[in-house]
Unconditional design. Structure first.
Ligand code: HEC
Length: 110
């Protein structure tokens, strides 16, 4: 049992070590990703095409877009006037930009 706990703890520590630098380095790159691909319609977390479907926390919650997964699905496949990005961005870029949207929404896009 002790051994199992040790293995578990080391596994968790490893995962944290492996993911921490990635999170740290992608922040500015992801901001650029957003500026280059999304800000045309979603400047400052707004939506110039469909005003109500903006990237503010309230709207994301209202439309069930308040998770990285939900946003990533939308970004991948597009919806109505929003283009699909699965051929333009990598899987990782889509996940990063989705997490960025959530994070910005939590901070009120400031
Ligand atoms: C050409 C304009 C356009 C671009 C570029 C665009 N979007 Fe959108 N986006 C839209 C429109 C229009 C909707 C509303 C879709 C609908 O539900 O009809 C939307 C909806 C969304 C939503 C859901 C908002 C809500 O309140 O439900 C998210 C999240 C989102 N976009 C993220 C992104 C991200 C991330 C990118 C860049 C990778 C991006 N969009 C690029 C037009 C755009």
């Amino acid at each position: 049992m002790r051994k199992l706990i040790t293995i578990l703890v080391s596994a968790i520590a490893l995962v944290m070590l492996a993911t921490a630098p990635v999170l740290a380095t992608t922040t500015t790159e992801t901001a650029t990703l957003f500026t280059g691909n999304c800000a045309g319609c979603h400047i400052n977390g707004g939506n110039i095409v469909r005003r109500g479907k903006n990237l503010k926390e309230k709207a994301l919650k209202k439309f069930g877009m308040d998770s990285t997964d939900a946003i990533a699905q939308l970004v991948k496949n597009g919806k109505n006037a929003m283009p699909a990005y699965k051929d333009r961005l990598t899987e990782q870029q889509i996940i990063d930009v989705s997490a960025y949207v959530l994070e910005q929404a939590e901070h009120g896009w400031k």
